[in-house]
Design a protein around this ligand. Sequence first.
Ligand code: LHQ
Length: 263
Amino acid sequence: TILIEQHGAVRLLRLNRPEALNAFTTGMLGQLRQALEAAATDVDTRCVLITGAGRAFSAGQDLADPHVAPSREAGAPPKDIGHLLDHFYIPLALRLRSMPVPVVAAVNGVAAGAGASVALGCDLVLAGESASFIQAFSKIGLIPDCGGTWLLPRLVGRAKALELALLGDKLKAADAERLGLISRVLPDAELMEAALATAQKLAAMPTRALVETRIAMDEALKFDFETALKREAVLQSQMGFAYDYLEGAVAFLDKRKPQFRDR
Ligand code: LHQ
């Protein structure tokens, strides 16, 4: 259910259950996590690109999955869907958010529920103009998960986050870009080429500095200004001792293209 392709230093992961709009089964969630783990440990992979097969990115949790679908029989005990979060979505979201390389999402169609959370958990989110984002949770009596409650207010602020999460309406890619929910919208026909080019560009950049930037920004959200300044100094000191800074600065002074290698 996850197709894996290598394009130079870019590892492309394609969610692949198009007949169900790439809705996540437990098997698929496990495979996606494994695929991320494999990309994280492959030293030749310097960027991960995630997209969906067919007309959707992902419709979120597969609601027909026996772990999730409420039993229709009278008196049947309710299922603990929290279990699914503990064992599948939390490890997946943590793995995604702590990748040692940048992660780009190419949102090729609808991203609903946990499918939207996975897309929005990536470092850069590109979308085709026919793509859309749906906080589908409220429509079925649930709350945003897989990081949705954390990501949404940080990306678009409390007012818009609550509007999206409470109403659960379909948000078109262009509106998602306007709100600052995603990075960029592209014509559908250009999405994959542009996403691969962006991923290749990131892959040629100083990976460690890119990842530390993500970490520092996430941390800074918890800090006051002075604490953030001091944390920047600690991290920058570490970056200054790394090979990539030496290479980047010397290449600039020598007017040549740098060859970064830290990861
Ligand atoms: C699906 C699904 C789907 C199964 C389309 N499941 N089959 C939840 C529970 C527990 C713990 C953990 O966390 C979560 C997190 C969540 O993700 S909750 C949110 C779950 N997702 C949704 O509620 C979205 C449900 N899907 C839709 O609203 C629509 O399918 C969208 C708006 C995504 C697309 O609409 P259409 O383009 O009109 O396509 P469609 O509805 O006709 O779907 C095509 C097929 O895909 C269809 O199957 P069929 O056999 O009739 O062709 C759907 O049943 C199937 N499908 N989403 N989540």
